[in-house]
Write a protein that binds this ligand. Structure first.
Ligand code: ADP
Length: 443
């Protein structure tokens, strides 16, 4: 900067000296000023040319302000080039990584249009790069499960549960492949579609399902014969005390085995398809009357107290037998795991979140660590008590399956020595509210 000023003073001084000598001071100063302007113009031009095409023009190294500006620009351009190179490296690493992934990935914009896809997605979903870029994905994949998933993902304001944001359908490219597809929002107005080949998983699941169903079925007949002989022996008066005890134990265990087999077969039937075959308008109030009888007989001399708060005008569209089995399991569990004389409350009501069937007890309660696993087959928080009370360990698995088939979900809240609340929440679409004025007129 200082050099620049010295240079201006030097030109001014020379112009003044010559001007004084020639007695043409103003003219010489004017010529000096014009020379400085042209010189500056030339240097700005060099700077402009270099900035416009840095690879084709040399950097203006003339001293002074322009040179300083050039150095600053040069530094900025070098660091930008390095940053760009690093970004390109990251991008190409990301692309190579995404392409090597065994899962198909597609990025969708807020209008369901395809922005990017990896190689696996191309294979699984029969889409192509660049042919399908910017095309709405629902024009390319038309399976009803996918259309429903896409609608749910794009219309929901809140985060969807993993079950809600995932669906399965045969791969468009090969109907023998089963794809599990999820759509999750990320960044601003972008959605990530993840497609996974679950064919082997489904095959294994089917083999396991069939195996359990076949074994249960095969065991049922010999067990029925066995139970028959045990009953015959029970009626035999000539048995000694030891034999009577043995026969009574045989009866107890064969009954338990029979209950387990029945529950396993029932679970297999529930797993067979995803929705109940016959839908009825189920009156929860009527179900509760029957469940109360069962619960009273299970409670027997323990004399549990039952309190009801039931909205009798609120019905569920579903399978009456399935709902009866699920609700009975919950109420009978409450009896089994609540000491004699305990209080069991049964509620059925509706609010903004849906219809709720609640069973609340003040029994033994369940430790927090068990809660998330209770609906697994044969998972017991208190194995001894479960077996003593004739539990099969399958009741809550049945409840979970029945609820899934009704798009409902189970919530469990519990505290040790305080009690438990088991809540089944049904979506509003499953609820039917009777107009009580109309029903009384009909009656
Ligand atoms: P089970 O036949 O053993 O009762 P379930 O699947 O119905 O099998 O229940 C699983 C486990 O959950 C039970 O073994 C028990 O430990 C626990 N459980 C279920 N309901 C209750 C309840 N109301 N209070 C305390 N524990 C419960």
């Amino acid at each position: 900067m200082k050099d620049e000023l010295y240079r201006y003073f030097l030109v001014g001084g020379i112009a003044t000296a010559i001007g004084l000598m020639l007695n043409q001071l103003l003219l010489c100063l004017l010529i000096g000023a014009i020379a400085i302007i042209f010189w500056q113009y030339h240097r700005f031009k060099l700077l402009y040319d270099w900035l416009r095409r840095p690879s084709q023009n040399p950097m203006p190294y003339t001293a002074g302000v322009i040179s300083d500006i050039s150095s600053v620009f040069d530094r900025l351009m070098k660091s930008n080039r390095q940053r760009k190179k690093r970004l390109q490296q990251y991008m190409s690493q990301f692309r190579r990584g995404a392409s090597a992934l065994p899962d198909g990935l597609v990025i969708l914009d807020d209008q369901t249009r395809i922005e990017w896809m990896n190689d696996t997605a191309k294979r699984y979903l029969d889409i192509d790069w660049p042919r399908d870029i910017q095309r709405p994905i629902n024009n390319l994949i038309r399976h009803p499960n996918f259309t429903r998933l896409l609608n749910d993902a794009y219309s929901s304001d809140s985060e969807l549960s993993p079950e809600q944001s995932t669906t399965e359908f045969p791969a468009p490219i090969d109907q023998r492949l089963v794809l599990s597809v999820s759509i999750v929002p990320y960044a601003d107005d972008l959605y990530l579609l993840i497609a996974r080949d679950v064919t082997r998983l489904i095959d294994t699941y089917t083999i396991r399902k069939d195996f359990v169903a076949n074994v249960s079925h095969e065991l049922k007949t010999p067990l029925t014969v066995f139970k028959g002989y045990v009953e015959l022996l029970e009626g035999n008066k000539s048995l000694n005390d030891k034999a009577v005890k043995a026969v009574s134990e045989m009866r107890e265990h064969s009954n338990r085995m029979h209950a387990i087999i029945e529950d396993l077969l029932y679970l297999s039937r529930l797993e067979h398809d995803t929705t109940p075959s016959n839908l009825e308008k189920v009156s929860v109030a009527n179900l509760v009357t029957e469940i109360h009888d069962v619960a009273r007989s299970v409670s027997g001399e323990d004399g549990h107290l039952f309190k009801f708060d039931i909205n009798s005008s609120l019905l569920i569209e579903g399978s009456s037998s399935e709902l009866q089995s699920a609700f009975t399991n919950l109420v009978v569990n409450a009896v089994k795991y609540t000491p004699a004389g305990g209080l069991i409350k049964i509620h059925w009501y509706k609010n903004a979140a849906g219809g709720h069937f609640e069973v609340i007890d003040n029994g033994t309660g369940i430790a927090e660590r068990h809660l998330s696993r209770l609906t697994e087959r044969f998972y017991r928080a208190d194995a001894d008590r479960s077996r003593n009370r004739g539990g099969t360990g399958l009741g809550l698995a049945i409840v979970k399956h029945v609820l899934q088939r009704h798009q409902a979900k189970l919530t469990i809240e519990s505290e040790l020595q305080v009690g438990s609340t088991f809540r089944c929440t049904f979506p509003a679409s499953r609820l039917i509210e009777l107009d009580l004025a109309d029903t009384s007129k009909q009656a």
